[in-house]
Design a protein around this ligand. Structure first.
Ligand code: HEC
Ligand code: HEC
Ligand code: HEC
Ligand code: HEC
Ligand code: HEC
Length: 432
C-alpha cells in the first residue's frame, strides 16, 4: 500500500502545484475553472475513482449489516458510519456504570438515536473530507487513538503504536463485545474469576437462577469481530501461564497486510487479505523466504493446520454428556467461519432456540434446554422441557470464550500465533 499511496501522493501533489499556480482554491461556486481544478486533485481516475473501484470489493461497502442495524444505538458504534464518528467524537466510555434510578450496571458504549445510521463509506475513516478541499483532507484518519476495550468494560486497552497507530482505527471496531451478567448486577463478566476458580460451577440449570451469574443462550458469545483482541494479545480468558505475542503485534499494522498492493480482489481499499501475500513479502519482513498459500513452512500452512487442530481438539473436549455445546453450520453464507474447523463450528451455542435459530441444529441432533422460553409456542416449550439441562464449570465457560475468540479471529494463527496457540493449549489443559 505504501508504494501505491506514495504514487498517488505524487500524482496528487503534482496536481496540487498546477492548481495552485492557476489561482486560489476554494469550494465549488467561487470560480468555476479554479474550483474544478481543486476538485480534480482528488476527483480523477487515478485518485478517488480508483480507490472507489477497490472499495466496492470491501465488505465495508457491500456487507449488509449496516442496513440491518440502522437505528440500533448499541450496534451503531461499529456498524454505522455516523454512529462510529459519534463515539469517536464524544469519546464515549466503555466502562459499565450504574445510572440511577437503575440499580444495576449498563454498558454505555452506544451511539445516540439520531446518529445510528450511515453506510460505511470514505468519510467514515476520512472524516475531514471536503473541509479544505485539498488532498490533505484524507489525513488524519477519523481516529488512531488507543482503544479501551468494550469486552473488558474499559479495564484493558489496545494500543498498536506501529505505523503511526493506524491499526487502532481498525481495532476500534474489530474488537469483541462484552459478555454481561444476565441474572445478577448486569456488570461485565468477571473473566479473571473464571481463571482463579476453574472447577467451580458457572451455570447449573437445576440451580435457582439467582445463583447463576449468566443465563446462557444460543447467542452467548464474544460477537463476530475478535481480531484486534487476538492480534494485540489482549482478550482471552488467560488460564495458566506462558503468554507471549508474535512479532506481528508490535511490528506489523493491519494496513501492512490488509491494504497491501492489490492482487486479485484483495489489497488496497478492499481491506481484504485473502490470497494476497504482497504485504508479507516485503523487505524487513518475509522477503528473504517469501510466503505463499502453498508454502508448507511454519509461516503459513503449519501454523494454520496447527491452530485448526487445536480448535478441533478443544471443541471435542467441550462435549458434555455426548452433546457438543458448540454449534455447527456448514453453510458458508450463514457461517462466516465455515471451513475453518473440521466440524464447521460457528461460535454459537447448541441451545434450543426456535426464535433466533429456527433452522435448528444443522448437524447436531441433540440440543440443551434453553433457560429462557420467551416467544416460544406451547409446543416449543414442551420440546424444550424434554431436552437435557445444561451445566457448565468456570473452566468450560472460559474455554468456550477462548474458542470463540480464536475461531472468529479467522486467521488461524496468522495474526498472533504465539498468543493463539497458548490460549488454546491452556484452555485444553484446564478442562478435565
Ligand atoms: C480530498 C479529496 C477531495 C477533494 C479535494 C474533493 N473531493 Fe469530492 N469527494 C471525495 C471523496 C473521497 C468522495 C466520496 C467518493 C465515494 O464515496 O466513492 C467525494 C464525493 C464527492 C461527491 C459525491 C457526493 C458525496 O458526498 O458522496 C461530490 C458531488 C463531490 N465529491 C464534489 C466535489 C467538488 C465539487 C469538489 C471541489 C470543490 C470536491 N469534491 C473536492 C474527495 C474529494
Ligand atoms: C466503523 C467500524 C469499522 C472500522 C473502522 C473498520 N471496520 Fe472492518 N468491518 C467492520 C464491519 C462491521 C464489518 C462487517 C460488515 C458486514 O458484514 O456488513 C467489517 C468487515 C471487514 C473485513 C471483511 C471481513 C469478512 O468477514 O469478510 C475486513 C477484512 C475488515 N473489515 C478489515 C478492516 C481493516 C483492516 C480496518 C482498518 C483499516 C477496518 N476493517 C476498519 C467494521 C469496521
Ligand atoms: C465493538 C464493535 C461491534 C459492535 C458494538 C457490534 N458489532 Fe456486529 N460486527 C462487528 C464486526 C467487526 C463484524 C465483522 C466481523 C468479521 O467479519 O470479521 C461484525 C459482524 C456482524 C454481523 C455479521 C455480518 C455478516 O457479514 O454476516 C452481524 C449480523 C452483526 N455484526 C450484528 C450486530 C448487532 C445486531 C449488533 C448490536 C446488537 C452488533 N453487531 C454490534 C463489530 C461490532
Ligand atoms: C475502513 C477505513 C477506510 C475507509 C472506509 C476508506 N479508507 Fe482510505 N485509507 C484508510 C487508511 C487506514 C489509509 C492509510 C493507508 C496506509 O497508510 O497504508 C487510507 C488511505 C487513503 C488514501 C491515501 C491518503 C494519503 O494521504 O496517502 C486515499 C487517497 C484514500 N484512502 C481514499 C479513500 C477513498 C476514496 C475511500 C472511499 C472510496 C476510502 N479511502 C475509504 C482507511 C479507509
Ligand atoms: C501479518 C499480516 C496481517 C496483519 C498484520 C493483520 N492481518 Fe488480518 N488477516 C491476515 C490473514 C492472512 C488473514 C486470513 C486470510 C485468509 O484466510 O486467507 C486475515 C484475516 C482477517 C479478517 C477476516 C477476513 C475475512 O476475509 O473474513 C479480519 C476481519 C482481519 N484479518 C482484520 C485485521 C485487523 C483489524 C488487523 C489489525 C488489528 C489485522 N487483521 C492485522 C493477515 C493479517
Amino acid at each position: 500500500m505504501k508504494t501505491l499511496i506514495r504514487l498517488f501522493s505524487v500524482l496528487f501533489t503534482t496536481g496540487f502545484l498546477i492548481t495552485a499556480c492557476e489561482g486560489p482554491m476554494g469550494p465549488a461556486g467561487t470560480n468555476g475553472a479554479d474550483a474544478n481544478a481543486t476538485c480534480t486533485q482528488c476527483h480523477n481516475s487515478a485518485g478517488v475513482d480508483s480507490v472507489s473501484t477497490q472499495f466496492a470489493y470491501s465488505k465495508h461497502a457491500y456487507g449488509e449489516a449496516n442496513f440491518e442495524e440502522v437505528g440500533s444505538t448499541g450496534c451503531a458504534p461499529c456498524h454505522e458510519s455516523e454512529g462510529f464518528k459519534y463515539v469517536v467524537k464524544n469519546n464515549v466510555s466503555t466502562v459499565f456504570t450504574i445510572v440511577p434510578p437503575a440499580t444495576t450496571y449498563s454498558n454505555p458504549y452506544a451511539s445516540s438515536p439520531d446518529k445510528s445510521y450511515g453506510p460505511m463509506q470514505c468519510s467514515m475513516c476520512h472524516d475531514n473530507l471536503h473541509t479544505t478541499y485539498t488532498f490533505a483532507d484524507f489525513m488524519p484518519l477519523t481516529t488512531t487513538a488507543a482503544v479501551p476495550m468494550t469486552f473488558f468494560g474499559g479495564t484493558k486497552t489496545i494500543d498498536l503504536t506501529q505505523d503511526y497507530s493506524k491499526s487502532n482505527l481498525c481495532a476500534k471496531c474489530h474488537q469483541p463485545r462484552p459478555l454481561t451478567n444476565s441474572n445478577t448486577d448486569k456488570n461485565v463478566m468477571n473473566y479473571a474469576g473464571l481463571v482463579s476458580n476453574p472447577n467451580a460451577v458457572f451455570y447449573d440449570a437445576a440451580q435457582s437462577s439467582s445463583l447463576n451469574v449468566l443465563k446462557p443462550s444460543y447467542r452467548t458469545s464474544t460477537h463476530n469481530g475478535t481480531t484486534a483482541a487476538i492480534f494485540a494479545g489482549i482478550g482471552g480468558v488467560e488460564f495458566g501461564t506462558g503468554y507471549s505475542n508474535s512479532q506481528h503485534t508490535t511490528v506489523a499494522s493491519c494496513q501492512d497486510c490488509h491494504m497491501a498492493p492489490m492482487s486479485g480482489k484483495a489489497g488496497g481499499h478492499t481491506f481484504n487479505a485473502q490470497g494476497n501475500f504482497n504485504g508479507c513479502n516485503v523487505a524487513g519482513c518475509h522477503a528473504a523466504n517469501p510466503i505463499s498459500s502453498s508454502t508448507t513452512t511454519t509461516y503459513w500452512k503449519q501454523t494454520r493446520d496447527g491452530v485448526k487442530a487445536q480448535l478441533d481438539q478443544l471443541a471435542a473436549k467441550l462435549q458434555e454428556r455426548g452433546i457438543d455445546i458448540l454449534g455447527r453450520n456448514g453453510d458458508a453464507t450463514a457461517n462466516l467461519w465455515a471451513g475453518l474447523t473440521t466440524n464447521n463450528y460457528d461460535g454459537n451455542l447448541n441451545i434450543y432456540d426456535p426464535v433466533n435459530n429456527p433452522a435448528g441444529p444443522t448437524y447436531n441432533t441433540t440440543l440443551f434446554q434453553n433457560p429462557s422460553t420467551t416467544g416460544f409456542t406451547a409446543d416449543q416449550i414442551a420440546t424444550n422441557s424434554a431436552l437435557p439441562k445444561l451445566t457448565l464449570t468456570n473452566a468450560q465457560m472460559g474455554a468456550i470464550i477462548n474458542f470463540q475468540l480464536c475461531l472468529r479471529d479467522f486467521s488461524l494463527g496468522i495474526h498472533n500465533k504465539a498468543y493463539t496457540t497458548t490460549l488454546l493449549a491452556n484452555s485444553l489443559a484446564v478442562l478435565p
